[in-house]
Design a protein around this ligand. Structure first.
Ligand code: NDP
Length: 232
């Protein structure tokens, strides 16, 4: 039977690597994106994923899309909440718009997606949810009060939802990546990046495919007893 995986932000960066890995593992992947049509088309052609445009910060858009996937494609087995943005700046100059955008896209999105997927998973007594948080949600980062708060929120969200879902055969875990080479980090100031890399034990940034491997494992049958974890 075809296994369906939904990956938010699945057409670029870490999400694209997750889409590639899951497609190679035999999933039918549904990769969601926000506005970059070119990346979505390239992802579809390269991986065979189906792509849909949605704002994961919008509750009713997520509801409509999940109903469409469940009714027209098939049962969602694995949900990866990966879509995320940064809008950095020191807190005393942070606008309400920057705060709202980051919380909506990174944290509200987990509610918006899970709220509609979880009832289906509970009914089927099986499912996997993997949330992509960040090391900065664990330790905080200068200039990222909004992002650190959203990513820390994802960890609490994961731990509580996992408690409610375990008895129904659903696992919920969070991955907290360190710095990964994608569009998100390519816009960072090189001096800041060099400073950050010096503090990484491996002495380099991570690769998106290194996160994808862990997502694939947490989504597998082999990971049935791994739950409520924050993996780095
Ligand atoms: P990218 O900026 O490379 O890609 C972000 C993806 O999210 C894109 O596919 C984008 O769609 C999608 N997206 C953005 N906003 C929305 C929205 N409102 N609705 C739907 N989709 C949206 O990011 P990364 O691959 O670097 O990051 C992926 C995740 O990993 C994020 O949650 C990030 O916070 C987290 N992370 C990243 C780290 C890093 O160093 N890169 C480190 C730790 C965590 P579109 O292409 O249409 O714009």
């Amino acid at each position: 039977m075809t296994k369906y995986a939904v990956v938010t932000g699945g057409t670029r960066g870490i999400g694209l690597s997750i889409t590639e890995k899951l497609a190679a593992d035999g999933y039918q992947v549904v990769a969601l994106y926000h506005g970059n049509e070119e990346a979505a088309k390239a992802c579809e052609e390269a991986t065979g994923a189906k792509t849909y445009k949605v704002d994961v910060g919008n509750y009713s858009e997520c509801e409509e899309l999940i109903m469409q996937i469940e009714n027209e494609l098939g049962p969602i087995y694995l949900l990866v909440n990966n879509a995320g943005i940064t809008k950095d700046g020191v807190f005393h100059k942070m606008s309400k718009d920057s705060w709202d955008a980051v919380i909506q896209t990174n944290l509200d999105s987990c509610f918006n997606m899970c709220r509609h997927v979880v009832p289906f998973m509970r009914e089927r007594q099986s499912g996997r949810i993997v949330n992509i948080s960040s090391i900065n949600g664990q330790k905080g980062q200068f200039g990222q009060v909004n992002y650190s708060a959203a990513k820390a929120g994802m960890i609490g969200f994961t731990k509580a939802l996992a408690l409610e879902s375990a008895a129904k055969g659903i696992t919920v875990n969070t991955i907290c990546p360190g710095y990964i080479a994608t569009d998100m980090t390519s816009s960072m100031n090189q001096d800041v990046l060099d400073m950050i890399i010096k503090q990484i034990p491996a002495g380099r940034m991570g690769k998106p495919e290194e996160i994808a491997e862990l997502v694939a494992f947490l989504g597998s049958e082999a990971a049935a007893f791994i739950n409520r974890r924050s993996c780095r």
